[in-house]
Design a protein around this ligand. Structure first.
Ligand SMILES: Nc1ncnc2c1ncn2[C@@H]1O[C@H](COP(=O)(O)OP(=O)(O)OP(=O)(O)O)[C@@H](O)[C@H]1O
Ligand SMILES: [Mg+2]
Length: 274
């Protein structure tokens, strides 16, 4: 029998919050096991709606969603959700515990992990995200970026098969963002089968993904490997995406008469300049 390598599939999904406004129109895509997919698009294009559909918080009006080959339904949503970890765009929506420790432990308690093992894991993941000193604090006393760190720890500690990050590092400073993205890349290296779906406005992160999906007004307008989707500066402008730093620099150099061949990273640009 052929091995099914698909971890998540959207089949012709239509969704609207209100009858008169179509939020998602005929959205279809497939994510293979172990892929790192970035979902990008302007504000209000429907990215978080897609994330909520993925974990069954919303149900499609038309079409169906498959997780590891199983159609998502009311009957299996609870069991399928165990395989999926999500970090929401607004970290306040993620907190339930009285302390940071309780919050990171919450998912583990649900999965009946024994007390001693749970303590070790909570400490380990709090350290990984740089929040160990805050374990006894109330989540409400934390800054937005600190809340995002805790939410990421609480999701990674459950060791999900599919990790959905909805702008999960948006409130972190550049150094913090780098640290968390490095942690996620490291987690992925340790577990190559982990599927990551990252919703981001960070075009540079999208360049490092194995696949990008570009959403505009509830429709997929481009998808594929970053090098095929982001073929040129003109293409990015056409997709209404921000230019990454190295392309802004290339454009500026060109304005000053220094022409650079096509590049897909700052390192390549540096090599051409040397
Ligand atoms: N709970 C809701 N009720 C009604 N309309 C909603 C609701 N949530 C989102 N919408 C609308 O659905 C559309 C898509 O919203 P969504 O949050 O999915 O966008 P997004 O791509 O995640 O945007 P952003 O980049 O700002 O996070 C928007 O027009 C938004 O106003
Ligand atoms: Mg959103």
């Amino acid at each position: 029998m052929e091995k099914n390598n698909t971890s998540l599939k959207f089949n012709h999904i239509y969704f609207s919050y209100q009858d008169d406004a179509q939020t998602l129109k005929d959205v279809s895509f497939e994510v293979e096991k172990g892929e790192y997919v970035c979902l990008i698009g302007h504000n209000g294009s429907g990215k978080s709606t897609i994330a909520r559909l993925m974990i069954g918080l919303l149900s499609p009006k038309k079409g169906d969603i498959e997780i590891f080959g199983e159609k998502l339904s009311e009957d299996n949503v609870v069991s399928l959700r165990k395989k999926v970890g999500i970090v929401f765009q607004n970290p306040d929506n993620q907190f339930i515990g009285a302390t940071v420790r309780d919050d990171i432990a919450f998912g583990l308690e649900n999965e009946c992990v024994e007390e001693e093992r749970m303590e070790v894991l909570v400490d380990e993941y709090a350290k990984k995200v740089g929040m160990y000193e805050f374990l006894d604090k109330e989540p409400s006393s934390l800054s937005g970026g600190q809340k995002q760190r805790v939410a990421i720890a609480g999701t990674l500690v459950r060791n999900p098969s599919i990790l959905i990050l909805d702008e999960a590092t948006s409130m972190l400073d550049p150094k913090g963002k780098r640290e968390i993205i490095d942690l996620i890349h490291k987690t992925k290296q340790e577990n190559p089968d982990l599927t990551i779906i990252s919703i981001t406005h960070d075009i540079e992160e999208a360049y490092s993904a194995s696949k990008v999906i570009v959403i505009s007004s509830g429709e997929i307008i481009a998808s594929g490997q970053p090098k095929d989707v982001f073929t040129s500066q003109e293409k990015l402008e056409e997709l209404e995406l921000d230019l990454p730093f190295f392309l802004k620099l290339k454009k500026e150099l060109s304005n000053r008469g220094i022409e650079i061949n096509d590049v897909s990273s700052i390192e390549e640009l540096k090599r051409q300049l040397c």
